[in-house]
Design a protein around this ligand. Structure first.
Ligand code: NAX
Length: 340
């Protein structure tokens, strides 16, 4: 495991130049799936990946084991591997960063204490990114509470364009597509313009108002009772359902969605008009600036842009306001704690 050679390449540079990819929580269950998918070339094509595996405590030894297995997989795309607990080492010249490691909620823990514990991780990680990462770094926060962790990160990384710091609601988006595909008996590829608004939590709003099936509006194809009684709560609580049935939280599906998110960001959307991305709000759709909320997003010149001009009806307004008010509470709490 060697320290990286000098790497000053841009993520968009020539096809033969390596990409520096940092993954925190690399020894965890999501990391165990994510790293193999990355080395398949699904995001960066045929370019070598210099991996920076960040861990804490006992995770450091386990990360060494993960690195040994990566080596044993004989991936042609594996460049050098650095294992570290220091974000300044891990994020040096990083082009893509997956922030998967976070402090999980303890039994009976207050939300403010959870936010404070994660602020203690994402504040310093933001500062390190600001200092040492490539300025065009693409950041995806997966570790929960993902939206507010990303808000803390962005506030602590003022030299990085806020549009480069995102949180993952692609898993919620994919869960919604899967439910709709089954209900409508169409392939997921027939579906377009699905949107998840707000927080990656049970308050999220999976919204089918603009949904298209094979290019035509899905209006009238789905009854309101199914939507409000089954679809929305099922998507919003799917994480809990997986824990109950599998005995562990979603891991491979989370890694797969993280791959989808970063692959689209690097290569463009794959036949979809938009996808769901959580990013610092610019005030669109009444979401206060700086709050990291999920929106329908397109890519314009390599940057996520919130789709503008959608008409919002009363039902949507009420659902968006509910999830955004939860985000605002989280944002106010981390503000009071001095993290943003
Ligand atoms: P695991 O507990 O299996 O792995 C987490 C790893 O992160 C551990 O090895 C731990 O040592 C490490 N870690 C903790 N703090 C760290 C830090 N400061 N720096 C580097 N590493 C650190 O969890 P896993 O199942 O992989 O889930 C990881 C995170 O993803 C959790 O916060 C989880 O809640 C979140 N999820 C987010 C999802 C989303 O859609 N946004 C869905 C899946 C998942 O629940």
């Amino acid at each position: 495991m060697t320290q990286s050679a000098e790497t000053t390449y841009s993520a968009d540079a020539g096809v033969h130049e390596p990409v520096n990819v940092a993954v925190t929580g690399a020894a965890g269950q999501i990391g165990y799936s994510l790293l193999w998918r990355l080395l398949n070339g699904e995001v960066f094509g045929a370019r070598k990946l210099n991996l920076r595996l960040l861990e804490v405590g006992p995770g450091l030894k386990a990360a060494e084991g993960v690195a040994m297995e990566l080596l044993d997989s004989a991936f042609p795309l594996l460049g050098d591997v650095v294992i570290t607990d220091d974000p300044k080492v891990g994020f040096a010249d990083a082009h893509a960063v997956f922030l998967v490691g976070a402090k999980p909620r303890q039994a009976g823990q207050e939300r403010a204490d959870l936010l404070a514990a994660n602020g203690g991780i994402f504040g310093p990680q933001g500062k390190a990114l600001d200092e040492v990462a490539s300025k065009d770094v693409r950041v995806l926060v997966v570790g929960n509470p993902a939206n507010t962790n990303a808000a803390i990160l962005s506030a602590n990384a003022p030299s990085i364009d806020p549009r480069q710091i995102t949180a993952m609601t692609r898993l919620d988006h994919n869960r919604a597509l899967a439910q709709l595909s089954q209900k409508l008996d169409v392939p997921v590829t027939a579906l377009n313009r699905m949107t998840v608004w707000g927080n990656h939590s049970a308050s999220q709003f999976p919204d089918v108002t603009e949904l298209q099936v094979d290019g035509e509006s899905a209006a009238g194809k789905l009854d309101q009772e199914w939507l409000t009684g089954e679809f929305i709560p099922r998507v919003a609580k799917r994480g809990a359902e997986i824990i109950e049935v599998r005995g562990h939280s979603s891991a491979a599906s989370a890694a797969s969605s993280a791959i989808d998110h970063m692959r689209d960001w690097v290569n463009g959307l794959q036949g979809q008009d938009w996808v769901s991305v959580a990013l610092p709000s610019d005030g669109s759709y009444g979401v206060p600036e700086g709050v990291v909320s999920s929106f329908p997003c397109r890519l314009v010149d390599g940057h996520w842009e919130i789709v503008q001009g959608l008409e919002i009806n009363d039902f949507q307004r009420q659902r968006i306001d509910a999830t955004v008010s939860e985000l605002l509470e989280e944002f106010e709490t981390v503000k009071e704690l001095g993290f943003v």
